[in-house]
Ligand binder design. Structure first.
Ligand SMILES: [Fe+2]
Length: 201
């Protein structure tokens, strides 16, 4: 089991932090749980090792942990964001990185990097650093894809859940732009067999 420098298992730290996140924002906690499941299935599909899958699962669990630091008027806004609110929400990637680095465990640097870059886009148009292609850490590219699928198929105050085939069409259009095309290909196979697959109307 991966441990922090104080020998507290990282999984216990993850449970504590995600409980804290759930107290602020129950939707994001549940979303993170679903992203873990889809990400690990995708990681298995591309033959990651058990150690790598463990790291990926923690990265997925923590990916939105920085939302703890986003003010309620943005985090809980039941409508689409204004530009200034988007700029505020974008900070969650870097806040999350700082939270993970503060754990100061053996695997914190890798996890922190995963969290920082989970909103980068394959064509360089994402944030916070505009990384492109394989400059973006593999775990971040996996989480980004699974995050997008779950966000679009979930019920939110400002949009109804989209059906599976609609989301797959959107993702297909984003291959090579927002998402890694090779991972997207593997994702298509994984999601069809997943309990996380959304229904079609
Ligand atoms: Fe995020």
């Amino acid at each position: 089991m991966k441990t922090t420098s104080n020998h507290v298992p990282m999984q216990k730290v993850a449970l504590s932090l995600t409980t804290a996140l759930g107290a602020r924002d129950e939707y994001t906690r549940r979303h993170s749980d679903r992203v873990v499941q889809i990400s690990v299935d995708l990681g298995r599909q591309i033959d990651l090792s058990e150690d790598e899958l463990g790291m990926l699962a923690l990265g997925a669990q923590f990916h939105d942990i920085g939302k703890i630091g986003i003010p309620d008027n943005v985090l809980r806004k039941p409508a689409a964001f204004e530009q200034i609110e988007w700029e505020c929400m974008k900070q969650h990637a870097e806040i999350g990185e700082r939270i993970i680095l503060a754990i100061n465990g053996e695997i914190s640097p890798t996890l922190a990097r995963t969290v920082r870059h989970h909103h980068e886009h394959f064509d360089g148009s994402g944030y916070p650093d505009g990384l492109r292609g394989t400059e973006i850490p593999l775990y971040s590219r996996i989480i980004s894809l699974c995050d997008s699928y779950d966000a679009m198929t979930a019920t939110r105050p400002y949009h109804r859940p989209r059906e599976h085939r609609t989301v797959m069409d959107i993702l297909a259009g984003e291959g090579g732009r927002k998402h890694d095309p090779d991972l997207l290909h593997a994702f298509c196979a994984v999601i069809e067999k997943s309990p996380m697959r959304a229904p079609n109307a």
